[in-house]
Design a protein around this ligand. Sequence first.
Ligand code: PLP
Length: 401
Amino acid sequence: MKIPFSPPYIDDDVRKEVMESLDSGWITTGPKVKELEKVVAQFAGVDFANCTNSATSALMLVLHWFGINRGDEVIIPAYTYAATALAVMHVGAKPVMVDCGSDLNIDASKIAKAITPKTKAIIPVDIAGWPCDYDAINTLVGEEAHQFKATTEVQKKLRRILVLADAAHSIGAMYNHKPIGSQVDITVFSFHAVKNITTAEGGAICLNMPAPFDNEQIHKTFKLWSLNGQTKDAYTKTMKGGWKYDIVYPGFKMNMPDICAAIGLAQLRKYNSLLLKERKRVFDAYVSAFSEHQWTELPPQDTNEKTGSYHLFALRINGISESQRDQMIEHITQTGVSVNVHFQPLPLLSVFKERGYNIKDFPVAYDNYSREISLPIYPELDQAKIDYIVKAVVNAYQLTK
Ligand SMILES: Cc1ncc(COP(=O)(O)O)c(C=O)c1O
C-alpha cells in the first residue's frame, strides 16, 4: 500500500472555488483574498488579518514593521523549521535560540535567560499544532519591559518585547478556550501545501496589538507594504478611471493571488465541521494504538487548557539512537508508508552551524529529534490505512531493536 505523507485536501468545493477564480478573469490579489482575510480573522478571533504569499514573508513583514534591524536580537526555539530563523536573519537581526521542552515547544522557563537589552521580539512556535505556554510568555515580556530599549516609534508605543507567534502549524488550535491567533500581539499562519489549510503557498498575519495600537491601521499598512507600497492594488486599478497610483513606501512583493486564496477558502469553510475533526480522529486512533506499546512516547494530548490542531503526529521512540531511528524510517518506507522527521534542530543545519550555533547547547531538542518519527495524519486516512501504518511502525521497531 502507498501512503503519502501529507497530500493537499482537494475536493469538488475546492475545484469549484478555483474554477470560479479562473472563470472570473481575475487570478491575482482581489476579492477571494479579501474574503479569505475575513474568514481567517474570524477563525483567529481577531478583527483583522492580512494574507501574504508565505508565512516566511509574513514573519519578515511583521519584524520589519516593528523596526527590527541589524544589531537586534529575536528569541526563537532551536526546535523549529528554518524559516523561523531565516525571517529574523533576512531583516538583519540575530536569532537567539532557546531549547525546547518535552512537548517540543520552546521551554518558556528558559526564555528569560536569553533576554538582553537587544531583544526586540520572541517568536514562539506551536510545534505540530500544539499551543505554547502563552500565559508564561506574555507575563515574561511584561516583567522584562524594564530592559527593553525602544529605537523606533512603533517600539516606543509598545514599550516591551513583541510576541510574534509562528503558528504555521496551529490554525484551529485553542489555548485557554480562545483560538490561536488571539493569544499574543501578532500571529502568523502558514498555508503551505502540507499545512492543515493550504493555498499551495501562502500565509496570514492575525493582528491583536494592544491599545493604543489601531489594528485596522496596521492592516492597511501591511496591505500597502506587501504590494510594493503601491496605493492601489492591481484589482482596484482595473476599476473605471483607476489607472493612476503612487508608490508611497519601498514595500515588498508578498501578496497572495486569488487563485491560491480560493483553495484555502473552500477548505476553511469546512475546517471545523470536517477537516479538523477528521485529523483528530486519526490522531486519537494513533494514540489508542501506540499507547499499548511501552517503547513509544506519545505527543501531548488535549487538556482543558490546550487543544491542538493535529497538524503532525510526532511519535517518539524510547531508548533508541538517531541511527536506529533512521533505520526504522528505512523499514517503514519499504512498506510504502511515507514518514518524516520534524524537525532537525536548527544547530544541526549548515547555515546555523557556520554561524556558531552548537547542538550541544540544546540537549532536549537533540534528544527529541533523535527519537522522532512524524506519521501521516490527514482526513483521507481510514482505519485500514491507520492500522497498516501502525503495523509498519511496530514491525520497524522490532526489526531495529
Ligand atoms: C514552524 C514553521 N514556521 C514557518 C514555516 C514557513 O512557512 P511558509 O512555507 O509558508 O513560508 C514553516 C513551514 O513549513 C514551519 O513549519
